[in-house]
Ligand binder design. Structure first.
Ligand code: FMN
Length: 280
């Protein structure tokens, strides 16, 4: 997988597009997307499968419902995993790589984990039994204006805001916020994590810097994942890993991810260790 787009510009360009134009996607772009999907990989090992779906003109879209959240989209990509440790994080990482790649091609996307009819999309994408099917995204050219429900949603979940650094990033323990100045050469990657998308914009990623390494935690929203058979906020952690990793690689700072480097510190309530980035 080659990340050929500029990280900061692309992270800032991406936002959830819920209203799409009729405009067709050029065939060379389409081919490039398919090639990029085949090349996708992640630092956590589990396999992530991708499923494309095109809705032909005239074909009924009624059954492929998104509860009025997505309008005008004719193309979708779904993703599946099998139940194994770090699979949700792997999905988050690869799917966000794809979402950023599409943003760089001027194509809009919107992560959907809740507001889609899972059964009808599962049938249309021919998802097999035993696979977990957490996420789909529409993709295509954004319409010139956001639709009414889209604007209301963005206001409700404060989609344009992100938490302060002091709520997200820490040094040595969870009582000590990490300032941008103290983060040194990590500051850019952390800033990129902070701008990432997350389910209901809850931004559950917390990063603790200790001995030069970054430890990623999930500030789990109690009860939030009850509607699902998996913890959807683990996908957000995978997205954080992608933004962090792409930023570090762009800055040529070497490191690798492990899942077994949990620091021995006291954790606030509802905080769970997920993985670490170790500087090489
Ligand atoms: C894992 C995940 C699941 C999401 N599920 C939905 C969804 O079901 N419906 C929806 O409209 N937006 C969904 N979103 C989009 C978020 O609401 C959005 O990313 C967040 O509000 C920030 O806005 P932005 O993407 O425009 O920056 C999801 C995002 C993520 C990362």
């Amino acid at each position: 997988m080659k990340i050929n787009f500029p990280i900061e510009a692309t992270v800032k360009k991406r936002y959830s597009v819920r209203n799409y134009k009729e405009q067709a996607i050029e065939s060379d772009k389409r081919k490039a997307i398919e090639t990029f999907i085949v090349s996708l990989e992640n630092p956590f090992s589990p396999n992530v499968q991708f499923h494309m779906l095109d809705i032909q003109t005239g074909q009924t879209m009624q059954k492929l419902g998104t509860y009025g959240v997505i309008k005008g989209a004719r193309h979708y990509i779904g993703t599946t995993i099998t139940p194994e440790p770090m699979a949700l994080e792997a999905l988050g990482y690869e799917f966000e790589a794809l979402v950023l790649y599409l943003a760089d091609l001027d194509l809009g996307t919107c992560w959907l984990g809740g507001t889609f009819d899972r059964q009808s999309f599962s049938n249309a994408m021919k998802i097999e039994e035993g696979e977990i099917f957490p996420i789909i995204t529409p993709f295509g050219y954004a319409a010139d204006h956001k639709h009414f429900k889209e604007k209301a949603m963005r206001r409700l979940i404060k989609a344009d805001q992100r938490k302060e650094w002091s709520e997200l990033f820490f040094i040595n323990d969870f009582q000590s916020p990490l300032t941008e100045a103290a983060a040194g050469d990590l500051a850019f990657a952390l800033a990129m994590v902070r701008l990432g998308p997350s389910a209901s914009n809850k931004q559950p990623w917390r990063i603790l810097l200790k001995d030069g390494n970054c430890h990623f935690y999930e500030a789990k929203e109690p009860g939030y994942s009850k509607a699902f058979s998996y913890d959807i906020q683990r996908i957000d952690l995978g997205i954080a890993a992608a933004h962090f990793d792409f930023a570090m690689k762009e800055r040529k700072i070497d490191g690798h991810f492990v899942t077994s480097a949990q620091p021995e510190i006291d954790l606030p309530k509802h905080m769970e260790y997920v993985f670490s980035w170790i500087r090489d």
